[in-house]
Design a protein around this ligand. Structure first.
Ligand code: SR1
Ligand code: MG
Length: 438
């Protein structure tokens, strides 16, 4: 339910009937759409937080996104400040500068109304839906690898000067409430019986009880949370799952960076890889007959490998060409002829990002199956036994990744582990206490 009166600052949620009247005088919208008398408005938001309208006119279309003063997924019982639109806009601007062409262009914003008007991306669809439908996107790995390499490197203190970086760190430190959501929903709630959690029950009850009783696991998850909360390595997208990516056969755009905050690079990388791996585990729930999607499964695993390989290659190139920030100054390395030491430093740095990514990948899989915010490709599997079987395998991979992230040499190890779990399955109520990976 939306509020019907403005708040003290004049904020008032839009609806399909009022939008043309309220935004009809906005020059950027008129320029894009034409005469407001002919605007067609549809509310299409299917995310967890905001209103999203597609507005089409005689001359074109645009998207209007507006924050609600509460969490849409839960309702007014969970109030949420409106300032997330401000942080999303700032993050989008930085991403557009750091990785041109991969994010929607902003046409207009209004902080009092907490709204942003952006490009309408068409014929793009949400990647999550496309992966569930079994569609291949040949450029996806390269596009997302470049997006992550460029935004994460250029947003870090490898690239930024100290004054700009500290100012930016201070700005995004204000995105407290969304950061708090991540800290709770990703790193805490899945590991105990938090009120808003849900999971496929009773099929997963035994496994979930064992997972929540795994004290080593909880310690390692909190180590990962300490990294998220304290390691301000770069400006993260902060919610880089397959619902935050829109695709065509050839194009890729990244949307929705409202959770942007300074944190460890591995958080974005791990969350994305987790969502690819969950799509892989979910295929059994979407194929027409067993094995029908085997070629697609192979593509998804290749996507995992190519995304990391492309990210690492892009990162190494930027290390060579754009490392003019605070850390690892060329004055100490290249300028002294110490090129091998610089390469070693880069390899060490990337190794740290990889180990973090493996851990965050595991945590993301847990929270999407045990926490509040689930993902459609698993939730939509109507056969609950089949769904639970897919979910249990993803949970088990997540557990092993968190516990054994240091021993993961690269994506090939993660893929081999996923394939082993897929082959042998995870018996109901079994797995979380046996075969500790540490
Ligand atoms: C209450 S918000 C739940 C989740 O939705 C967003 O997309 C983020 O992933 C967040 O954790
Ligand atoms: Mg979102």
């Amino acid at each position: 339910m939306t509020e019907t009166r403005p708040d003290g600052n004049g904020y008032l949620p839009l609806d399909a009937d009022s939008l043309a009247r309220r935004l009809g005088q906005v020059g950027a919208l008129r320029d894009r759409l034409g005469d407001p008398a002919g605007w067609q408005v549809r509310e299409v938001g299917d995310g967890n937080l905001n209103l999203v309208f597609i507005v089409a006119g005689e001359a074109g279309a645009a998207v209007v996104k507006q924050a609600l003063p509460y969490v849409r997924l839960v309702g007014e019982s969970w109030p949420l400040p409106l300032n997330r639109a401000f942080f999303e806009r700032h993050a989008l601007r930085r991403q557009a500068a750091r990785c041109p062409g991969r994010v929607p262009q902003i046409l207009h914003h209004d902080d009092a109304q907490s709204l942003t008007v952006m490009d309408y991306l068409t014929p793009h669809v949400i990647l999550r839906k496309s992966l569930a439908a079994g569609r291949v996107h040949p450029n996806l790995a390269a596009h997302m690898a470049d997006f992550m390499a460029q935004t994460l490197f250029r947003g870090s203190d490898l690239h930024m000067d100290t004054r700009t970086r500290k100012a930016d760190l201070a700005l995004f430190a204000g995105n407290v409430d969304l950061c708090d959501i991540t800290e709770s929903l990703v790193f805490t709630d899945p590991y105990y019986a938090a009120e808003l959690n849900r999971h496929t029950s009773p099929q997963l009850d035994g496994y979930v009880a064992e997972l929540r009783a795994d004290q080593d696991l909880k310690v390692q998850v909190q180590h990962l949370k300490a990294g998220f909360a304290g390691n301000a390595q770069t400006l993260l997208h902060g919610d880089l799952h397959t619902g935050s990516i829109m695709v065509t056969d050839s194009d890729t755009r990244v949307i929705d960076p409202e959770f942007a905050v300074y944190g460890p690079m591995g958080f974005d990388v791990g969350m994305l890889l987790a969502n690819y791996l969950m799509a892989w585990f979910a295929q059994a729930g979407h194929e027409e007959r067993p094995g029908a999607r085997d070629a697609y499964r192979a593509w998804l695993l290749d996507l995992v490998a190519q995304t990391w390989a492309g990210f690492a290659a892009g990162f190494r190139a930027l290390w060579q060409t754009e490392r003019h920030g605070i850390l690892y100054p060329a004055a100490l390395f290249e300028d002294q002829g110490h090129h091998m030491a610089s390469e070693k430093a880069c390899a060490d740095y990337l190794r740290g990002v990889w180990v973090d990514a493996a851990g965050y990948c595991g945590v993301e899989m847990h929270r999407r199956i045990l926490g509040l915010a689930h993902i459609a490709e698993l939730d939509d599997i109507a056969d609950e036994d089949l769904r639970a079987s897919c979910e249990r395998k993803a949970l088990e991979l997540g557990r092993l990744l968190v516990l054994a992230r240091q021993s993961m040499g690269g994506p090939a190890d993660v893929i081999a582990l996923a394939q082993a779990i897929e082959r042998r399955g995870v018996p109901p109520g079994d797995g979380a206490v046996q075969g500790s990976a540490t």
